[in-house]
Design a protein around this ligand. Structure first.
Ligand code: NAG
Ligand code: NAG
Ligand code: NAG
Ligand code: NAG
Ligand code: NAG
Length: 291
């Protein structure tokens, strides 16, 4: 009796599991599409098994309410519903494979969308890709000298939504960041401005490259690199070297120009003399050429 019950249960679990698997396997779509504010986002749904599809319907789900966005059917073709006409476009249309593009995404476009392949007689096969919208501005880096000559205070700010993570890096291995301090400020438009400040210490006499990377979600990060200014003593030496080198080049260059000018003047004088003398002999020369 109980054995039979267990058997029934196992069979039921097996069947429902298999059924769920089949349903989810039938439609292939993205789980989450990540798009930056202002970009276009594409969703595509593919019905992996050949079915008799009457229509493909795209819906938007917000607060558990489904709104029809667009439909595609053999008879009526592509239709984008009012309220989405400048927002949504079909990219590929087909009854087995259908994709739409949400243009110039904003925060309001965030949420899940559904593609329904309405078939006969089985009903609808449904895929539910979701759109996640992010915002990420280029970080701003500031490097300033601290009280101690061996240190720089580096701070980097990035604005984004959700709050970005800000990471500092330095190209030179003997330099280290310490005394990290991160502050996050929320802006009125739901973005956050995150500022990370740290002290760069080590032998800071030579200029070095400091990088700052800002990241949100799994979107491509944005990175900025700045070069710290040279420290005084070494910098002066290098600068004076530059000046020496520069003036030497200047002397050589101007000598060359002078020399060239002299030669040019000589040649022009010589040419003028020659042409004057050849003018007097012109008839002879022309005769020479004719023969
Ligand atoms: C369906 O669309 C996907 C992605 O857009 C594409 O790779 C695939 O080749 C398409 N399949 C058919 C049968 O059109
Ligand atoms: C994108 O949307 C924003 C805000 O709705 C609007 O100001 C901007 O003009 C749009 N850009 C394009 C290219 O449509
Ligand atoms: C710089 O010096 C002042 C006064 O000596 C001190 O209050 C301040 O904390 C120092 N700043 C740094 C970054 O060391
Ligand atoms: C949101 O606010 C931040 C800071 O005020 C600003 O930099 C950013 O451009 C704003 N984003 C949008 C989409 O308006
Ligand atoms: C920087 O860190 C490395 C590894 O942690 C350490 O070996 C080195 O001494 C540090 N340098 C300074 C200037 O603190």
């Amino acid at each position: 009796m109980s054995c039979f019950g267990v058997l029934l249960y196992v069979v039921a679990v097996f069947i429902s599991g298999a059924f769920e698997k089949a349903l989810t396997a039938v439609i292939q779509t993205q789980q989450t599409v990540l798009a930056a504010v202002g970009e276009d986002a594409e969703f595509s749904c593919q019905l992996l098994e050949t079915k008799d599809v009457l229509q493909v319907t795209w819906q938007k789900i917000s607060h558990d309410v489904e709104t029809n966005v667009a439909t595609y059917s053999k008879y009526f073709g592509e239709r984008v519903n009012d309220g989405f006409t400048n927002k949504v476009e079909f990219k590929h249309t087909g009854l087995q494979n259908c994709s739409i593009v949400i243009k110039n995404v904003t925060e309001q476009d965030e949420g899940c969308y559904r593609c329904l392949f309405n078939t006969y007689p089985e009903g609808s096969f449904i895929g539910t890709p979701c759109l996640q919208v992010y915002e990420l501005h280029e970080p701003v880096v500031d490097v300033r000298e601290s009280n101690s000559t061996e240190e720089w205070v580096v701070s980097c700010s990035a604005t984004g939504r959700p709050a970005p993570t800000v990471t500092l890096s330095v190209s030179q291995q003997d330099l280290n960041f310490s005394q990290y301090n991160t502050v996050s400020v929320s802006n009125t438009n739901a973005t956050f401005t995150v500022t990370t400040t740290a002290v760069l210490s080590g032998s800071c006499k030579h200029s070095t490259q400091v990088g700052c990377a800002a990241r949100v979600l799994s979107a491509p990060h944005r990175e900025v690199t700045v070069t710290t200014p040279d420290d005084d003593d070494d910098g002066l030496d290098e600068k004076s070297n530059h000046i020496n080198f520069g003036s030497r080049t200047l002397v050589i260059l101007s000598s060359a120009v002078l020399l060239f000018a002299c030669v040019a003047a000589l040649i022009s004088v010589w040419l003028r003399k020659k042409s004057q003398s050849s003018q007097s002999h012109r008839p002879v020369e022309m005769n020479d050429m004719a023969t």
